[in-house]
Design a protein around this ligand. Structure first.
Ligand code: CMP
Length: 143
């Protein structure tokens, strides 16, 4: 069972696409194990995207990701990382395959609707960045 992090970004939240994205995730057989809607602090965004610090798109990315609320989603399932990445599509919405989240709801390479972890390792570290282990609903459900 893998874990991966999905962030519904400020553009998709402002466009009213939260429910569309979440239903695509559940239709793909993936399970939400934590969910939170809130605004990110600038320091959190800088920390989360530290890998991109110094790149020309970094400061605009920080401004964009703090421009409004996001939805943080911890997602679990068999092959969750690759399944979610296939569902989300490539970074640039104009190059993403039809039917993917980014092709459907993204507009530019920056305003690309969602973030999804890119490997099994980042799936674990990015999930842990926002959700302590104790907040993940990893047990079985009976209801
Ligand atoms: P994400 O998958 O969240 O990972 C890093 C983010 O930086 C990416 O989605 C885009 O929002 C943004 N990004 C990546 N490459 C570029 C680029 N060339 N120009 C502008 N923004 C970018």
């Amino acid at each position: 069972m893998e874990r991966t992090l999905l962030i519904i970004k400020p553009d998709a939240v402002a466009a009213g696409r939260i429910a569309d994205v979440l239903s695509m995730v559940s239709d793909a057989g993936l399970r939400l194990v934590a969910l939170e809607m809130r605004c990110l602090a600038e320091a959190e965004v800088r920390g989360f995207y530290a890998l991109h610090q110094g790149k020309d798109f970094f400061e605009p990315l920080v401004r964009f990701m703090t421009s409004g609320p996001v939805v943080l989603c911890a997602v679990a399932g068999e092959d969750a990382v690759s399944s979610l990445r296939a569902l989300v599509g490539v970074t640039d919405p104009t190059e993403a395959a039809a039917g993917t989240v980014r092709a459907s709801f993204g507009t530019t390479i920056q305003r690309n609707a969602v973030h999804a972890s890119d490997s099994t390792e980042t799936g674990m570290t990015e999930t842990a960045f926002f959700f302590p282990e104790a907040r993940l609903l990893l047990g079985g459900f009976t209801a």
